[in-house]
Design a protein around this ligand. Sequence first.
Ligand code: NAD
Length: 333
Amino acid sequence: MKTAVFSARRYDRTMLTRANAQARHELRFIEDRLTPATAVLAMGCEAVCVFVNDNVDAEVLDLLGRQGTRLVATRSTGYNHIDAVAAERLGIDVVRVTDYSPHSVAEFAVGLLLAVNRKIARASVRTRDGNFDLDGLMGFDLYGKTVGVIGTGKIGMIFARIMLGFGCTVVGHDVYPNPGFEALGARYVDIDALLDCSDVVSLHCPLNEDTHHIVNAASLARAKRGSILVNTSRGGLIDTEAAVAALKTGQLGGLAIDVYEQEASLFFQDLSSTVITDDVIQRLVSFPNVIVTGHQAFFTVEAVDQIMQTTLESIGALERGEALTNRIPAPEP
Ligand code: NAD
């Protein structure tokens, strides 16, 4: 099936081409993000494959639909970048990758936590410069501390299990509590209690209307002073300017983020030779107790392999007229 692959980086080309060896779909790799201006590049493609920062809003879906697109397949779990209501209205199916190594993201969240708490990135920069001084590099033991997990689905569960292995007390908050979470030895509390008691808070819920800015000025003021916030989920979960303010006062002791509210115009590209005009991200990276990575938590061989395979399976299912098992949940009426 003719498929336009937007936001295609080198690894997308390599791994998707390899996964496509048998199915032999006709893949059209497009480096640009999908936007109203680039939608025309998918002309004649029944399937369009997108990534997290592609703009799949009503206008784009309308353009795609008129060009013959019947399926949008996102190479991600989250689908907050897709207007599900418009897709349904236009009769365009939307599929995602519900299951791919959740370990990739959970393990990365732990890595970010250790990096920011124990100042590993700072230490590495220092030693490269011949500076072996320890001043400013002190962290705290995770053993015996309380870790709050917001969103206890696939990734949150694995993160919780790893933190329990560190000897932490783990508390969680979820709108759909999962009995498996308490079976691990963790317990559910309401979100205020979680903020009150947690030395570390890690976000693992999806971005939607209810969770947009779930971490804001009020919740940061409520959080335990000096606690660390980790976000590997979606940037819009945190009001970033409120986080900057809380970092300035020391209320927030550390911030480790793999995702950023305004990442669409920054991430997945080399901007090292350009002037970055986003003052918030520039302020963030200037803090000694902040670590920012460019949406790489999913980026393991196992996870990317699975993403590509599932995406091609969905395109194959459409071609054969079979049921689409990875459809996104139907929008609420
Ligand atoms: P999941 O659906 O298995 O789990 C999400 C959990 O969040 C569910 O248990 C759900 O009930 C809960 N939740 C929903 N609304 C909530 C709310 N208002 N408050 C608290 N909990 C709420 O999803 P997952 O596979 O664990 O992925 C979690 C998120 O991680 C995804 O939505 C995606 O945004 C993000 N993600 C990021 C990367 C990355 O590379 N950084 C990769 C994959 C996924």
